[in-house]
Design a protein around this ligand. Structure first.
Ligand SMILES: [Zn+2]
Ligand SMILES: [Zn+2]
Length: 223
């Protein structure tokens, strides 16, 4: 398959790599149809470069169609359309049961002092092959992939992988009282989504700040 791979500081290439295969009975192979490029991916080609290895497959915001399932997978079947969360969690450990999937005890990277593994995100987070690729091996097929309807287009769903839940969490942690005000600093994808979620959850006034006119215009248009 073709995949986006890491080649040193500032070096990213699309190249041919082996297709992923089912390794555990709960694995799923997803044919990726859309994959976000994250601001966090920029860290990989600069500050987090020491934790990357040449050839690592990047990408942690994918969605696609299930093509193959392990023998113990019952929740999804080939042909199902799914969004894959960037955070790899087992769904059954104590942390997952508390809703703290980012600290999943099954995939936690204790020797690195980090939380759960992430797709395509350095040795600190498990060095798991990422989703800026034609195919992706997804573990925990019964609990991790989110099944979505066959229509409409991918751009209605792909943000479920990272942007929407990350922004949702930020707004929840802000603890805005009903009808209260909030200031969102920065209107990249997460900030933009956070302004929408804050309104959706009942904030009275959402104030946002950015230096990029296009971002201000985009967020203002939905206010
Ligand atoms: Zn991301
Ligand atoms: Zn877990």
């Amino acid at each position: 398959m073709r995949a986006v791979t890491w080649h040193g500081r500032g070096g990213v290439r699309v190249e041919t790599v082996p297709d992923p295969t089912i390794q555990d009975p709960t694995d799923v192979i997803v044919e990726v149809t859309s994959s976000g490029i994250c601001g966090s991916d920029l860290h990989l080609i600069e500050v987090l470069a020491p934790f990357m290895t040449v050839g690592d497959i990047m990408g942690h915001e994918p969605m696609g169609v299930v093509r193959e399932v392990g023998r113990e997978v019952t929740a999804v079947k080939p042909g199902d359309r799914v969004v894959v969360p960037f955070n790899i969690s087992c769904g059954s450990c104590w942390m997952c049961e508390q809703g703290l999937q980012s600290q999943c005890e099954t995939t936690q990277n204790r020797e690195q002092g980090m939380g759960a593994s992430l797709f395509g995100y350095t040795k600190l987070y498990g060095q798991v092959p990422g989703g800026q690729a034609e195919y992706l091996r997804v573990p925990f097929g019964n609990t991790l992939p989110i099944k979505v309807p066959d229509a409409p287009l991918d751009d209605r769903y792909v943000y479920l992988s990272d942007v929407l839940p990350t922004a949702w969490q930020a707004v929840q942690y802000a603890g805005i009282p009903q009808g209260g005000s909030v200031l969102v600093l920065g209107l990249g994808p997460i900030g933009d989504m956070a302004t929408r979620i804050a309104k959706h959850l009942g904030a009275g006034q959402v104030i946002a700040s950015d230096v990029v006119p296009e971002r201000l215009a985009r967020a203002g248009a939905t206010a």
